[in-house]
Design a protein. Structure first.
Length: 242
């Protein structure tokens, strides 16, 4: 699974780092990453001089991460709930991983890991066909097995609401202020096989019985053109520790 994540999950553009750095308003020297996976976001910050501590509970993910990041990156095998605030960071961030964390004391835990005035950043978003006809073909291919492959809002925020999760929670957290939500538009083009490979890393498919999962992938592959244009906008949430 770690190799599939590394191969098929898209990385993050330099524009994202620039956005976080501008919001911080001061040099970001240290960062803690929640749920680093194979390090797609780790390298974005580490390669720009940030001393990153990358955390993840999966040893296979961390082993894959170490192959692709600078030697300066420190890795810690731990879930977010297991982290202890023995150090404080200028930035704490999560890339498409925050929904895996427990809501219990999520924000006080995060604040305890930040320096006064430090920044929290969360970013990610669904990736799917940009062409409505291709999107409908994919929906029809998975329909017998899976109604939707999107991750529902952890706090039930409706999709039409302007401020989305976790911004909704951050606005109610006493330990954070200046909550912002910014969308970075992004378009990608991949082969049909690469798109199905990406689907193989998404939790909605991973929980299917293996035989059903393979059927969905085979049906989806047959429904796709040779190359697939993807809408892959990145929704960024930023907040500052009070």
């Amino acid at each position: 699974m770690a190799q599939a994540y590394e191969r098929y999950r898209p990385g993050y553009p330099g524009e994202l780092f620039d956005l976080v750095a501008a919001y911080a308003g001061r040099p970001v020297r240290t960062a803690l990453e929640i749920g680093a996976g194979t390090g797609k976001a780790t390298r974005l910050f580490a390669e720009r001089g940030v001393a990153v501590t990358a955390t993840d509970p999966d040893p296979a993910m961390l082993a894959e991460l170490r192959k692709h990041v600078p030697a300066t990156v420190r890795t810690v095998r731990a879930a977010f709930e297991e982290l202890r605030p023995d150090a404080r960071y200028g930035l704490v961030y999560a890339a498409a991983a925050l929904h895996w964390t427990s809501p219990e004391r999520r924000w006080p835990r995060t604040a305890a890991l930040l320096e006064p005035g430090g920044v929290f950043a969360c970013f990610g978003g669904p990736v799917g066909p940009a062409d409505p006809e291709v999107e409908e073909a994919v929906r029809a291919a998975r329909a017998p097995y899976l109604e939707s492959d999107e991750i529902p809002s952890p706090d039930g925020t409706p999709a039409e609401q302007e401020m989305q999760w976790p911004g909704t929670e951050l606005r109610g957290a006493d330990c954070f202020t200046d909550v912002q939500q910014i969308v970075l538009e992004r378009r990608l083009t991949v082969t049909a096989e690469e798109y199905v490979g990406l689907l193989s890393t998404i939790s909605a498919y991973l929980v299917l019985p293996p035989a059903d999962r393979q059927q969905v992938f085979d049906r989806t592959l047959r429904s796709l053109p040779e190359r697939v244009d993807l809408a892959a906008d990145i929704t960024v949430h930023l907040a500052r520790r009070t």
